[in-house]
Design a protein around this ligand. Structure first.
Ligand code: 76R
Length: 276
């Protein structure tokens, strides 16, 4: 194995914000019906615009009615930059509905495609050409390989939000400790484990859509995992099976799990009156 940098090449796409809100039902119920209707209609219009630019455009934001005590509403936004995401936060804060929302949790990350397979080929090709790692020729070679991959992967780098009934989100780390440290494992070993991970994942390909976002340097965990499916039991089956996979069994640590049901903005006024 030639000597090359340990970090796999990655492609980055959409910037992503997850928001988890608690809804203040008590104060909502204290408002008269007419006022509630107005606030609901305003919020619905804002959320509809946020969901997609126009009818038939891909969804780039979505709302979910959240189960459990961690929150009541989840919003996810996929955009071209953190700046645009920040604008969305400010825009939402201007709505009257926001007075009833308490942001309990959030997650900032960027769509990431890890290229374990092609990294090795790209690095080996650069080594074979006699380029020193990080020399100008090396960097140019890597850049052009990444540019080709970015074009080929555009739809996965800037994904539309899948049209599934349920969303499961959780952050995770590759566990490291005295004995098991992902970041000291040789590249080829990590490549093998990621390959095996992909094989398990692909068996669930027709039942669940997964979007992996990277958050090193952006939020408290290393990755965010979004899973979209019509049957929530599939989340449990897939994640359970992956727990036995080496890369998860030895090198994964998980944060909190969040689960919700897709809510069309048109249904928000009903939801606010306790109807799903
Ligand atoms: O061979 C390939 O195509 C692999 C593509 C692939 C990568 C690079 C892939 C496939 N994943 C990748 C990266 Mn994944 N994934 C998770 C979790 O619960 C757990 O144990 C882990 C959480 C799930 C459920 C899942 C599902 N994946 C990653 C990374 C980045 C790691 C890195 O780069 O070091 C993480 C943290 C991660 C975690 N993965 C798939 C899936 C599924 C369902 C697939 C197949 C998707 C498909 O082919 O459509």
């Amino acid at each position: 194995m030639p000597d090359f940098p340990p970090v796999p090449l990655t492609l980055e796409g959409s910037s992503v914000l997850h928001q988890f809100f608690r809804f203040d039902w008590k104060s909502w119920r204290s408002r008269v019906q007419g006022e509630r209707n107005e606030i609901a209609a305003d919020a619905m219009a804002v959320l509809k615009k946020l969901e997609r630019a126009e009818a038939n455009a891909p969804f780039h934001s979505a709302i979910y009615s959240q189960l459990g005590h961690k929150g009541d509403l989840m919003l996810i936004h996929f955009r071209d930059s953190l700046e645009t995401l920040n604008r969305i936060e400010l825009l939402l804060a201007q709505t009257r509905l926001y007075d009833f929302l308490e942001l309990r949790h959030s997650y900032v990350s960027v769509v990431e495609l890890g290229l374990y397979e092609s990294t090795r080929k790209t690095y080996e090709a650069a080594v074979a050409k006699g380029f020193e790692p990080h020399s100008p020729q090396w960097s140019a070679e890597i850049e052009s390989s990444l540019a080709r991959a970015t074009d080929a992967m555009a739809s996965r780098l800037f994904p539309a939000i899948p049209d599934a009934k349920y969303l499961c989100f959780y952050p995770m780390d590759r566990m490291r400790g005295e004995e098991a440290n992902w970041y000291t494992v040789p590249f080829a070993e990590r490549q093998r484990m990621m390959h095996e991970h992909g094989l398990i994942g692909r068996r669930y390909g027709d039942q669940v859509k997964q979007i992996i976002t990277g958050s090193i340097g952006m939020d408290d965990w290393e990755w965010g995992v979004d899973l979209f499916a019509d049957d929530p039991v599939v989340f449990k089956k897939l994640i359970y099976e992956m727990r036995f996979d080496e890369v998860s069994a030895v090198y994964a640590l998980f944060g909190q799990f969040f689960i919700g049901l897709r809510l069309q903005p048109e249904k928000l006024p009903d939801w606010l009156e306790g109807k799903l």
